[in-house]
Design a protein around this ligand. Structure first.
Ligand SMILES: NC(=O)c1ccc[n+]([C@H]2O[C@H](COP(=O)([O-])OP(=O)(O)OC[C@H]3O[C@@H](n4cnc5c(N)ncnc54)[C@H](O)[C@@H]3O)[C@@H](O)[C@H]2O)c1
Length: 401
């Protein structure tokens, strides 16, 4: 018998009232990773340094607030995971498809009520069946291999607005995927540079608001890039080395990879519940994984052609939807009080957003032409039509610059 479709508002209110142990019983996947199983950047270095006879003073520095994790973002038990969405917020493929699939259909329904999201902006919803309590949806720039000031600013805004939304909702642990580096074609290296430096600056300006930011990479390529950059950007300069560093050895501490298998033992034996296809999102072990939803190189080209961003053609004023769709948008100013009761979360303060991508593309101020986004979004219009992401372990690296 088909399950009765849940009302997202009722489900959200119910979930928000649950204590952790009660909530854990509702996770669609029981092989979740709790925060204490993810070492901080300092702990990773510390464990290496201990091996090399050095003991690090445990500080409350920035290195205690960041982590590098390689694996599926949908299993992370944090306050919020960030979704690399598209302007429609109606799901798609890649990490967007994984998150929607793991969260369940209520996520789609709540997203549908948000009337889209502009590039660089962020909106927050409940996490539903995910171990993450919330999902912060942000829309990265469609770079197609080209990184100009606009693309850089938009990607920087994705991280800033996501962190701002996190703390505005009194949340303090978050995981980011590599926004825009998949089908949107932002080169991996500059994207990592922007992600790491933006997050570092933000934590330095708001040290007491953040407990942990996890950089969740999926591809071996990104893991290598992040590990190298983090060793430089998150230098451990607030430590006291207990013993002399071997003469002439000034190499920064290397780090061991934080991968799914490191943490698997901690969740061994947890029963798989629900109709989850085990391994749908499992990125495999230490290899690049080619996601079905991320077509091979040549197709990405075609897809990118399809998603040709023609800013001037599409450039339209953001439509302030508060007076236009207030009954549709639970977060419009007029309904602010009602919205606050129903939804503890708030949206970005300006609350203007791209008018929702209609299937026929009639009203669309997104940065991707209606026709193109229609193709991308149409396939994911209904929750059960969201393409599943299955991965084959493959040595192919991520997109080269
Ligand atoms: N890949 C596709 O074929 C496809 C199709 C339609 C829509 N989308 C999605 O792609 C667009 C956004 O592009 P994007 O480059 O920002 O996102 P993306 O294409 O999802 O790639 C972003 C990053 O997320 C990584 N990733 C994929 N799955 C996971 C996972 N389970 N956990 C952690 N990381 C993961 C992926 O390897 C890449 O590094 C949106 O339209 C969205 O709906 C993708």
């Amino acid at each position: 018998m088909s399950k009765k479709k849940k009302d997202w508002k009722t489900e959200k209110e119910r979930l928000m009232r649950l204590e952790l142990e009660e909530r854990r019983k509702e996770y669609r996947r029981q092989d979740f990773i709790s925060l204490d199983k993810i070492p901080t950047w300092r702990e990773e270095n510390g464990s290496n340094d201990k091996e090399e006879g050095k003991v690090l003073k445990s500080g409350r520095g920035i290195n205690d607030k960041v982590s590098l994790y390689k694996g599926d973002i949908t299993v992370l038990e944090v306050d919020a995971i960030v979704n690399a969405a598209n302007p429609s917020l109606l799901g798609g493929g890649g990490v967007d498809g994984c998150i929607h699939k793991a969260a369940g259909s209520c996520l789609y329904d709540e997203c549908h009520s948000l009337n889209g999201c502009d590039t660089g902006k962020a909106k927050i919803t409940c996490g539903y069946d995910l171990p993450a309590r919330y999902v912060i949806h942000t829309v990265g720039p469609v770079a197609r291999g080209h990184v100009g000031p606009t693309e850089k600013n938009d990607l920087t805004s994705c991280y800033q607005n996501s962190l701002r939304l996190l703390t505005e909702n009194n949340l303090s642990t978050v995981a980011f995927p590599c926004i825009s580096t998949g089908i949107y074609g932002f080169p991996n290296d500059p994207a990592a540079e922007i992600a790491l430096n933006t997050v570092k600056s933000w934590i330095e300006e708001n040290p007491d608001k953040i407990t942990r930011v996890i950089f969740c990479v999926f591809l071996e390529t990104d893991f290598g890039i992040y590990k190298k950059k983090m060793s430089v950007i998150f230098q451990d300069n607030d430590t006291e080395v207990a013993e002399e560093q071997p003469k002439g050895d000034d190499t920064p501490p290397s780090t061991k990879s934080t991968t799914m298998e490191d943490n698997e033992d901690s969740n061994k034996g947890k029963e798989e519940t629900g109709d989850d296809e085990e391994g749908d999102n499992d990125p495999g072990q230490n290899e690049d994984v080619e996601m079905e939803s991320q077509p091979p190189e040549e197709n990405i080209e075609n897809k990118e052609e399809d998603q040709e961003m023609t800013k001037d053609e599409n450039k339209e004023e953001d439509v302030d939807i508060t007076d236009k769709d207030e009954d549709k948008n639970p977060n419009s100013d007029k309904d602010a009080s009602k919205a606050e009761e129903e939804q503890p979360a708030t949206q970005t303060e300006d609350n203007t957003a791209t008018v929702e991508m209609e299937a026929d593309g009639s009203e669309n101020t997104g940065t991707i032409s209606a026709e193109d986004m229609k193709d991308v979004v149409e396939s994911s219009e209904e929750p059960n039509s969201i393409p599943t992401v299955s991965t084959q372990s493959k040595d192919s690296g991520g997109k080269k610059e």
